[in-house]
Design a protein around this ligand. Structure first.
Ligand SMILES: Nc1ncnc2c1ncn2[C@@H]1O[C@H](COP(=O)(O)OP(=O)(O)O)[C@@H](O)[C@H]1O
Ligand SMILES: [Mg+2]
Length: 303
C-alpha cells in the first residue's frame, strides 16, 4: 500500500508545518448562525505576526462568536481558518499551543490562589516540575502579582483578576493572544494599566494580539490596525489614523436646538474657514473612530 497523507497542502519533508511564510491567521468566508440569528455573516481577515489588532463593534456585532470560532470553542457553519497556512483543526495540539485565550468573562477558580490558578493551566499544557514553577513566577512578575501569589483569586481586585487571566493565557508562551473585551467592566484607571500591560506583552514578549472591544478609546489607544464589525460583517479596516483620515481628520460639531450636525475636513485651516461662516454654536475637534463608525453605519458603537 502506498504511503498516504490526509493533508492537502504542500509540505517539504523535515520542515515544521508552522513556518513564517504565511500570515499568522488567514480567515475567509467565516459564517455562523444561531437559529435565525446570523451572528457572523462572512468574514475575511488576515493577521500578521507581531500585530496588535482590534475588532471594534457594538454589542451583538459578532465579535465573541468570531473569536470563539478562531480559538476552536465554536464550530463555523462555513468558511476557512488557517494558522500559518495550515487549516485549523480545533483539536490539533500544535495550534492550541500557539494560541492563548482571554475570555470575555473571567473564569478563574476563585477558591484557588493566583499561583494555583496558573499551575492548573500549566498542567493542562503538559508543563510540570521546575519549568512550570519558573513560568508561574515569571507570569506573576509580569502581571505585578508576585506578592499576591497566595491570595485566593476571588479576593483580587477587578484589574488584578484581569491581569491574572491574561498571564494565565500567556503561561504556555503562545505566539498569539486572543482577548475578548480585555477591559470590559473595569474602571478607567485599571483600564489604562491593562492597556500599558498589553502593549508590553506585544512589544517585549513579541506576542501577536487579537482583541475585541466595544470601547472606541481602547481601539484608538492600543491597536495598530482596526476592523469595524457590525451585524456580523466587517465594514472597514485600517490603522486608526487611516480610518480617521478617510473620513476627514477634523470635524465641526454644529449645534442645533435638538441635535448636533457634523461636517468633516481634511485639514484644520479649511475647517476653521468653514467655522467662521457658521452663525450657530460650533466646536472644532479631531475626528475619532466613533465619528468614523457613525458615518459608516448611522449609529454609535457605545451608545
Ligand atoms: N449561543 C448563542 N445562542 C444564540 N444566539 C447567540 C449565541 N451567541 C451569540 N448569539 C447572538 O449572536 C449575535 C452576536 O453575538 P456576539 O458574537 O456575542 O456579539 P458581540 O461579542 O459582538 O457582542 C447576537 O445577536 C447574539 O445575541
Ligand atoms: Mg462579546
Amino acid at each position: 500500500m502506498p504511503a498516504s497523507t490526509t493533508r492537502d497542502y504542500p509540505d517539504e519533508p523535515g520542515t515544521s508545518h508552522l513556518d513564517n511564510h504565511h500570515p499568522e491567521i488567514l480567515v475567509s468566508g467565516l459564517k455562523r448562525s444561531f437559529g435565525k440569528v446570523e451572528a457572523v455573516r462572512g468574514i475575511d481577515l488576515e493577521l500578521h505576526s507581531g500585530e496588535l489588532f482590534a475588532f471594534l463593534g457594538p454589542n451583538g456585532a459578532g465579535k465573541t462568536t468570531t473569536i470563539n470560532m478562531l480559538t476552536g470553542l465554536l464550530r463555523p457553519d462555513s468558511g476557512r481558518i488557517c494558522y500559518q497556512g495550515e487549516p485549523f483543526v480545533a483539536t490539533a495540539y500544535e495550534v492550541r499551543r500557539r494560541i492563548g485565550v482571554v475570555p470575555q468573562h473571567n473564569n478563574l477558580d476563585r477558591e484557588l490562589t493566583a499561583a494555583e490558578n496558573l499551575r492548573v493551566h500549566g498542567r493542562l499544557f503538559g508543563l510540570g516540575g521546575p519549568a512550570l514553577q519558573q513560568r508561574i513566577e515569571s507570569c506573576l512578575e509580569l502581571a505585578g502579582l508576585s506578592e499576591k501569589r497566595d491570595t485566593p483569586a476571588g479576593k483580587l481586585s477587578g484589574g488584578m483578576k484581569r491581569k491574572l487571566v491574561i498571564v494565565r493565557a500567556l503561561l504556555h508562551e503562545p505566539a498569539i493572544l486572543f482577548l475578548d473585551e480585555p477591559t470590559a467592566g473595569l474602571d478607567p484607571h485599571s483600564r489604562r494599566k491593562i492597556w500599558a500591560f498589553l502593549r508590553r506583552i506585544n512589544q517585549e514578549q513579541h506576542c501577536t494580539l487579537f482583541l475585541t472591544t466595544h470601547y472606541i478609546e481602547e481601539a484608538e489607544q492600543l491597536a495598530e490596525r482596526v476592523c469595524f464589525i457590525d451585524q456580523g460583517r466587517i465594514i472597514a479596516s485600517g490603522s486608526p489614523d487611516e480610518l480617521m483620515k478617510r473620513t476627514g481628520s477634523y470635524v465641526l460639531d454644529i449645534y442645533n436646538d435638538e441635535d448636533v450636525d457634523n461636517e468633516f475636513f481634511n485639514d484644520r485651516a479649511t475647517a476653521m474657514a468653514r467655522l467662521e461662516q457658521i452663525d450657530r454654536t460650533v466646536r472644532i475637534r479631531k475626528t475619532t473612530l466613533e465619528d468614523v463608525f457613525l458615518q459608516l453605519t448611522g449609529k454609535r458603537i457605545d451608545p
